[in-house]
Design a protein around this ligand. Sequence first.
Ligand SMILES: [Zn+2]
Length: 75
Amino acid sequence: MVGSLCGHCGERSFKRVEMSPRHSKYKITAIQCPSCGAVVRVMDNFNPGVDIHNIAVALGNLETQIESISACLPG
Ligand SMILES: [Zn+2]
């Protein structure tokens, strides 16, 4: 199997680049040729696995805070 290559210069490696397009509220991720800068693919800058992990950590922190507040309450 032949690997992927840049359609512009023939380079066989690529890099991931985060971009902030003008007039956009959201960043995007581009797969770019490191030699000539040609963009071969654009994706949303969104990783559901990372977002779910961050939400789980935040919920864990909230649970800990609620438990410490509850321990201080008379009852
Ligand atoms: Zn290239």
